[in-house]
Design a protein around this ligand. Structure first.
Ligand code: MOS
Length: 693
């Protein structure tokens, strides 16, 4: 073991280790790993939202050049119906198992051919007919099908006397906010290359967690997890959409089994829209009561979100109401509305992003009614302990984010009256919002081998979906071993590396770093013969306190400036500034890049994104980049993001998570700025031209 001083790789701004591989094309993604004897699958998807398959006529397709065959519910391999997720069996995984159509876009067949072009052409020749049933897309929480959401992640809040506190309030804001269904837009569409060797299943797949995908595949095929080998070395973005085991990898595994050759499925953009997952639409109501001095007396946050009857899911819109403010009465009610839509799942700060739009817009309305600076309103309501759980905060640097953000943004000079700034015909406004997101650690394994040449092989089932996790974990490993990063060889992105949490829930890097740090500690304590490699392995499952006595969260304060053209309704964001408290920052360069990306996603949500469904067919009418708008370069202004000094005492290295917090908060800050510019509240996203004029 080296005795040289710790070089301090953590905290240094370093570019991505694999950056050169990526820009030179040497980095292989799931759709471009070279595999001999490869075949190509093309998905055929349901064009109706509910019903049954009457018939699939494959005769023309089967006669086309290069076609190996067609899989559908009549001839596909049977899968284990009990396979599922955290909540239990998940019907969205049961592809080609029956004739039921639960949503438009459900894969109904897979055509396999020698080339992707042949498979695509034959897929176009497949004749699928349906018995159509009436579908239901109406998300209103008054629906008979609406039911309380699962409380598997924690109970609803019901503290204090809500009625009495509202009655005693001088100002009561009661408003309804809506956010649309949204689609995933990662740069790399979902893809997998899959083959069987004897009874082992191999998949190179674009996902956020190779281990969890291997678990799902093992369950679907009823085989030992050790026989499933999933790799995801380079992934072009995930944002939640590559968290679940995707339909492409399941279908490719079925076809590879049937035809005895490797099968690749590389989705088109339109297939990503209709077959992967989405952010559910939400319909939220906020009632906030406040005293004349701005002290909050009550928050009642009700949120309904859509889900599919196939799969349980929680869009935790009401979580921040339990954390952000000192309030004597807090009540949350989360409602799930099962609809005939693509099963929603996590997207870009699930829960917190739509939830903070509603809560932080309503807070701005409280400030307006009190004629108080909205930043001052936040400062007056800072809790000393978590208002619902009563637990003290582990670290809470939200006030630092607010004060430093306000200073850099020039907030103090703001005239808070709406429509008080003009430039020619443009109305100029500024707005702000704060957010929190829960942080923590999930179980992971890690192994470190001290090689005889002085290098260290560090193996952890981490995923680098573009965040820079590989670079960050190399720095963590170097510091925890007390050596330079050039002596670390990091292996990630492979289910054979053992159980690990995925890149999601703001818990990837903390979970993997914890395992690496513990493995390094164990290695340093191992007696070693320097002439032989020594390996230390850990599994952090039993080291994690899942009921910590302190509330562990990340925080941000976001400031926005907009220019609104009242003649056209065009909203342009001119400036965005985010200050973040995320524990100790591992790599400021990559961390900044990540939260800037998150803020741009928030901008995109505020102004552009919405999945529009044709009420007649239930199909998404804008399911590609021609119709589904996301922020492009010209929409993105000067974005500034920085971190306040912070250290998480519950983490051995002080880390706290850096994912969802980047996105949440931005939409409310922009909506509040649009109000300040125009004097009109925008309670429905996106803030389209027709909603402004
Ligand atoms: Mo996520 S939305 O934690 O990938």
């Amino acid at each position: 073991m080296s005795t040289e001083p710790a070089p301090g790789a953590v905290g240094a701004p370093r570019p991505r280790i694999e950056g050169r591989l990526k820009v030179t094309g040497a980095a292989h993604y799931a759709a471009d790993v070279p595999v001999p004897d490869l075949t190509h699958g093309w998905m055929v998807t349901a064009t109706v939202s509910r019903g049954r398959i009457r018939d699939i006529d494959a005769s023309a397709a089967l006669g086309m050049p290069g076609v190996l065959g067609v899989l559908d519910h009549r001839n596909a391999p049977r899968l284990n119906p009990e396979a599922g997720n955290y909540f239990g069996p998940d019907g969205s995984l049961q592809l080609l198992q029956d004739d039921v159509i639960p949503y438009a876009g459900r894969p109904v067949a897979l055509v396999v051919a020698e080339t992707p072009e042949q498979a695509r052409a034959a897929a176009g020749a497949l004749r699928v007919t349906y018995d159509i049933e009436a579908h239901d897309l109406d998300i209103s929480p008054e629906r008979p099908a609406a039911r309380p959401a699962s409380t598997a992640f924690g109970p609803e809040a019901d503290t204090g006397d809500l009625t009495a506190e509202l009655a005693a309030s001088v100002v009561v804001v009661e408003e309804r906010y809506r956010t649309p269904e949204e689609s995933h837009c990662a740069l790399e569409p979902h893809a997998a290359t899959v083959w069987w060797d004897e009874d082992h299943l191999y998949a190179v797949d674009a996902n956020q967690g190779a281990f969890s995908v291997s678990e799902v595949l093992a369950a679907l095929w009823s085989i030992d997890r050790e026989r499933v080998h999933v790799r995801a070395e380079h992934v072009g973005g995930g944002f939640g959409g590559k968290g679940p085991c995707g339909p492409h990898v399941i279908l490719a595994s079925m076809a590879a089994r049937r035809f005895g050759r490797p099968v690749r499925i590389a989705m088109t953009r339109a297939q990503v829209f209709e077959t992967t997952s989405s952010r559910p639409p939400t319909d939220q109501s906020l009632t906030i009561g406040a005293a004349a001095d701005g002290r909050l007396r009550a928050i009642h946050h009700r949120a309904a979100y859509a889900l599919s009857p196939l799969a349980e899911y929680i869009e935790g819109c009401t979580e921040q109401a339990k954390i952000l403010y000192a309030v004597p009465a807090i009540r949350t009610q989360l409602t799930a509305v099962p609809l005939d839509i693509l099963p929603p799942a996590s997207m870009r700060g699930p829960g917190a992003t739509p939830g903070s739009f509603a809560l932080e817009s309503a807070m701005d309305e409280v400030a307006e009614r009190l004629d108080m600076d909205p930043l001052e309103l936040r400062l007056r309501n800072q809790p000393v302990a978590a208002p619902v759980s009563g637990r003290p905060f582990s670290t809470r640097r939200l006030v630092s984010c607010l004060r430093e953000g306000a200073r850099r943004f020039g907030w103090a000079a703001r005239d808070r009256r709406p429509r008080s700034r003009r430039e020619g015909r443009l109305l100029i406004g500024t707005g702000m919002a704060v957010t929190s997101f829960s942080a923590g650690v999930f179980p992971s394994t890690a192994a470190i081998t001290a090689q005889t040449d002085g290098t260290f092989t560090v193996s952890v089932g981490a995923s680098d979906i573009g965040t820079g996790a590989r670079t960050a974990l190399t720095a963590v490993a170097a510091d925890s071993l007390g050596v330079g990063t050039e002596r670390i060889l990091l292996r990630i992105g492979d289910s054979d590396l053992g159980m690990a949490w995925g890149a999601g829930g703001s818990r990837g890097t903390t979970s993997w770093s914890f395992a690496i740090t513990e493995a390094a500690r164990k290695l340093r304590e191992s007696p070693g013969d320097p002439a032989r490699p020594v390996t230390a392995t850990v599994d952090t499952t039993t080291m994690i306190d899942f009921q910590p006595d302190r509330e562990r969260q990340t925080y941000s304060a976001v400031f926005a400036e907009v220019a609104v053209d009242p003649a056209t309704g065009e909203v342009r964001v001119r400036r965005l500034l985010g200050m973040f408290a995320v524990g100790r920052v591992i790599n400021p360069l990559l961390a900044r890049s990540q939260v800037v990306g998150g803020m741009i996603m928030g901008l995109s949500m505020a102004l552009h994104e919405e999945s529009l469904r044709d009420p007649l067919t239930g199909r998404q009418a804008n399911g590609d980049f021609a119709g589904y708008h996301i922020a492009a370069h010209a929409d993105v202004p000067d974005v500034e993001a920085d971190f306040v000094p912070d250290y998480e005492p519950q983490d051995p290295s002080g880390f706290n998570g850096l994912g969802e917090i980047g996105t949440a908060g931005t939409a409310a800050a922009i909506a509040n700025a649009v109000w300040h510019a125009t004097g009109t509240r925008q309670r429905t996203l996106p803030i389209r031209l027709d909603r402004v004029v």
